[in-house]
Ligand binder design. Sequence first.
Ligand code: FES
Length: 109
Amino acid sequence: MSHWTPIARLEDIPRQGARVVASPQGKVAVFRTVDDRVFALLDRCPHKGGPLSEGIVHGARVACPLHNWVIELDSGQAVAPDEGCVRRFDVRLEDGMVAIALAGGPTGR
Ligand code: FES
């Protein structure tokens, strides 16, 4: 079961950037695109664990700041020729507030 956790107002997340949220499942990077879509991924690049939250968002993708792998924000998949996948979380935007779905509720169970 998922638990919706409000994490920030949309305007508190920089456009083409991200905000990091601690969760029982690890740090989650919540991204905002230039056209105000929001996505959430574990803040760990599938290559060598780089902080995706510090990457630049372009379109619906983020480039890892360490070795420039490009990750699809909606699926967490690395763009070919790289291969890998990072965990994604459901996100919703309601009345300007961004919430993410954390599996098992706030305790992580
Ligand atoms: S750790 Fe992200 S590209 Fe290497």
